[in-house]
Design a protein around this ligand. Structure first.
Ligand code: AMP
Ligand code: ZN
Ligand code: FE
Ligand code: FE
Length: 285
């Protein structure tokens, strides 16, 4: 049976493996299909596709942050978009805006840390990112190098904790707008890790019902941050709403402990993603 992993990050965002090596890494763990879903950028697509060995299909995608609700009830959510036309102007402009906002926000987090006496420097963060959109893993890496944290995990739990004194939010769009942008670019929008409570608050099932009505195509069910009960409940909900169910690793190379292929997507679900896409198609979709 085909093995399919629909959510991974490369060094084009905050993963550690080069886009061109993703296909080989996928083959090495027995995957037939691997999606490259870097944060806010499609910069890894071409190298990932070109570098894939025969027999491995690279699915081009993206992951970007959105919000649901306002004020007290604001929840940060991640949306995956697959097989969209990266030249479509409105979505391309939103990704550009998000990348610029990441630089601005990263700089502000570093400023807050510096003000508190933490010996971290912005150029060190930029060096770690190597031109990729700045993410907290890059800041965490710089904190470890500076000796302010013992590990990346430790940096995330202390200095970079959402709601903590050094945390700065990104200026994200409403998830309905995010879904509309992916659809308008011919892509397939899937809600990433909807029950990942360790990232913060999560949405209710009613919100997922509303998003399904707004054009959401699928939800990530099998993900390292979901326990067995979450998966059962999400399967039931997806069945009720006719949503595609995906499974994936959210692999980040050595920036995160989870291995490539840790969770996978059913071939029929993958076929449905391909069927709904009109933005771009990989060779074996
Ligand atoms: P940001 O998008 O800048 O808010 O950073 C969030 C990213 O950091 C997500 O892609 C997570 O996968 C990653 N992340 C969250 N917690 C950790 C952790 N403990 N260690 C490494 N990466 C993490
Ligand atoms: Zn990430
Ligand atoms: Fe995510
Ligand atoms: Fe991710």
């Amino acid at each position: 049976m085909m093995r399919i992993d629909l959510h991974t990050h490369t060094s084009a965002s905050d993963g550690t493996d080069e886009p061109r090596s993703v296909g080989e890494l996928a083959a090495a763990v027995g995957l037939d299909v691997v999606a490259v879903t870097d944060h806010d950028t499609t910069a890894g697509w071409d190298a990932a596709i070109a570098g894939a060995p025969a027999g491995v299909t690279v699915v081009p995608g993206v992951e970007f942050s959105c919000v649901v609700g306002e004020g007290e009830r604001r929840v940060s959510v991640h949306l995956l978009g697959y097989l969209f036309d990266r030249a479509e102007p409105r979505f391309a402009a939103e990704r550009r805006r998000l990348r610029l906002d990441r630089t601005d926000r990263g700089r502000r987090i570093v400023e807050r840390l510096t003000t508190a006496g933490v010996p971290i420097e912005w150029p060190a963060v930029q060096r770690l990112a190597g031109g990729a959109p700045i993410g907290r893993p890059h800041i965490a890496g710089a904190l470890v190098t500076a000796g302010a944290s013992s590990t990346v995990d430790d940096a995330f739990e202390t200095w970079l904790r959402p709601g903590g004194p050094y945390y700065v939010r990104k200026r994200d769009v409403d998830v309905r707008d995010g879904i509309a942008m992916v659809l308008a670019a011919g892509g397939v929008p899937v809600f990433a890790h909807p029950r990942a409570r360790k990232r913060g608050r999560v949405v209710t099932d009613d919100v997922i019902r509303e998003l399904a009505a707004a054009g959401l195509a699928g939800i990530e069910v099998d993900h390292v941050d979901h326990d067995a009960a979450d998966r059962v409940e999400l399967r039931t909900l997806a069945g009720e709403l006719g949503l595609i169910m995906t499974g994936s690793s959210d692999y980040h190379g050595t920036n995160k402990a989870v291995p490539l292929g840790a969770n996978t997507t059913d071939p029929q679900a993958y076929a449905e993603v391909c069927r709904r896409a009109s933005g771009t198609q990989p060779a074996h979709c």
